[in-house]
Design a protein around this ligand. Sequence first.
Ligand code: NAD
Length: 309
Amino acid sequence: MKKTRNKVTIIGAGMVGSSVAYSLVISNIAQEIALIDKNKKLAESQVMDLQHSVPFWGYTKIKAGNYRDISDSKIVVVCCGVSQKPGESRLDLVKRNAEIIKEVVPKIFKENREVVVLMVTNPVDVLTHLSTKLFPEKKNKIIGSGTILDSARFRFLLGDYLKINPKSVHAYIVGEHGDSELALWSTATIGNTSISNFKKLNSKAKKEIFEQAKSAAYTIIEGKQATYYAIASGVAQIVETVFFDKRMVLPISHYIDGEYGIRDLCLSLPVVLGEDGIKERMQPNISLQEKKLLQESAKKLKKVIKSVY
Ligand code: NAD
């Protein structure tokens, strides 16, 4: 089917799914949003609430949908499943959510062979990989939100510490979206200036900032049970990039086939993203220590993958 509208289908109308829809409404990015949830009443109620915000922002059509909505969508956001409970790691969720993903992803591609699939459900790297195993020919179209969120947390904290707008901070967290992730200090820049030139940012401050970024989800979940606003903003940026073929460079989870000696799993590294998925994979010149940490992150993910499928 010819795709003409900027339509997105969101599967899972819980905290993350509804926040993604709200981010898209207030930023006027989408022409049409379909929300699907196994709890139909929840999807319908979220839709009503979202519809009532439309007069304040622009014109987005929002509906409680079903899988047929995917046939003319450009991107599907998968955020259905269970989320972390206080103290639980993302990898603890794997078995429960893998069963859901095995059911959902084939239904998506049955409706639309060309659609881009954005995994948000955790553990996002494992479930993105599981999806690429189900559809190996779709490796450029199946992506995960990965460390786009962790990198945003990192950039916010760096900007806050240095009193510089985080939009001007070009710094990535890569690897697993989770406990084994790493900061790419060696390639981080602000205004084309290496971050190592900012003397205020000593090694103690660097360590604290990275630890805060990495553990942010645990801190937030302890206080309010879930995280959703920041991930929703990251997802909105990904959706916008796909809708308008923006070719943004984003640190997102995708199939890795040889980069830094890592093979056959999904984790986050920067890629160029366009309307039909990944356009280009990037391999920044990272330090030897960072390469070692990335390989360790990959090893950890491989272990989990082996225990599940
Ligand atoms: P939530 O419990 O509020 O919502 C999940 C929704 O999924 C529920 O409404 C549930 O009815 C629905 N659902 C479950 N199985 C379904 C199915 N088979 N088909 C359709 N709908 C189904 O949870 P949440 O806070 O919105 O989190 C959703 C997921 O997103 C979790 O796995 C969470 O860990 C993840 N998450 C990821 C990131 C990230 O950065 N990748 C950030 C935050 C949350």
